[in-house]
Design a protein around this ligand. Structure first.
Ligand code: GUN
Length: 302
């Protein structure tokens, strides 16, 4: 397949929005039974430092969906000038607050604040992003823990689409702490043969062409061309780039050159409507998991 050879084949679309909607329905029911059993409404605190417009949209969506499933939402919007020690003081207050079961600090943080110190100040049982060293360590050791939201969303969709993934070659493009690395660990736990490609990888196309499952999380829009994809492969696009249109509106696009990829892949996530909705649904699932841990329930298996 070359860039210029359109085919009549069309991949089936993986509908993350519909899957997330079914997760929301289940979470809402679980919140009701949790409240009946323990008299507790799970609460999620979201902290945003600074006024990055994209981050503001993300955290407002998170708060909206938190209410929507019947949880309590606590928003903390702090100015760009907030110091690391002020932020750490807030985290410690939230750690001690029994109404708060999950804490999420929106990333990226302004320069001058060390993200790893902030994330690792969150108690592991309230770390609903699953990004602290305790939860990442549990994931790396195949122990039950809280799983980072976007990688969890990818694996839930893949399980739904493919069932057993043992022996499949999964290629992950991007090695961030937020997505690429934890996702590679999750796919290993699924029994995949996992390759991780990143900015220094040579001949990346030769690698991606071998992928039964190709997942890209780079934020480089249009990076993955049609001829990077093995015919029939399952393609998951985690990238989110906001482009300005000529009419002054904005449009969201992914890492995959969709119009080419759709003629080669077997199944593909659209952007928007693929992984994006799954991330927030998994955050709320993780908040419920965190609340269960805090009433003494054991940690779930992945
Ligand atoms: N920024 C972009 N995605 C995420 C996420 O999943 N968690 C946090 N904390 N920040 C983000």
């Amino acid at each position: 397949m070359t860039h210029s050879s359109p085919s009549s084949h069309k991949a089936s679309l993986i509908d993350g929005k519909a899957y997330a909607a079914s997760l929301y329905t289940r979470i809402r029911e679980d919140i009701i039974s949790f409240h009946e059993q323990y008299g507790i409404t799970p609460g999620l605190a979201v902290v945003l430092v600074g006024n990055d417009p994209a981050s503001e949209i993300y955290v407002r969506n998170k708060a909206l969906q938190t209410h929507h499933v019947g949880m309590r939402s606590f928003m903390h919007m702090l100015p760009e000038t907030t110091s690391e020690s002020e932020l750490l003081t807030l985290i410690k207050q939230l750690n001690a607050d029994p109404a708060v079961h999950g804490i999420l600090v929106q990333l990226p943080l302004p320069s001058g604040i060390e993200a790893h110190r902030v994330i690792n100040t969150i108690l592991p049982q309230k770390d609903v992003d699953g990004l602290g060293e305790v939860n990442i360590g549990r994931l790396a050791s195949n122990r039950p823990g809280i799983i980072p939201c976007t990688p969890l969303g990818c694996v839930l969709l893949l399980r739904d689409q493919l069932g057993d993934m043992k022996g499949q070659h999964a290629v992950v493009i991007g090695c961030s702490h937020l997505v690429g690395k934890p996702l590679a660990l999750l796919l290993l736990a699924e029994g995949c043969t996992v390759s991780i490609a990143h900015i220094h990888t040579r001949d990346i196309k030769v690698l991606t062409q071998q992928a039964d499952i190709l997942i890209t999380a780079t934020g480089c829009h249009g990076l993955v061309r049609g001829d990077w994809i093995k015919p029939g492969a399952t393609v998951i696009d985690v990238g989110i780039t906001r482009l300005q249109t000529e009419e002054g509106k904005s449009r969201i696009v992914g890492d995959v050159f969709f119009d080419e990829a759709v003629h080669v892949a077997g199944r593909i996530t659209p952007v928007p409507g693929g992984i994006g909705p799954m991330t927030i649904a998994c955050l709320l699932e993780n908040t419920l998991t965190a609340a269960r841990i805090q009433v003494g329930k054991s940690l779930p298996c992945v």
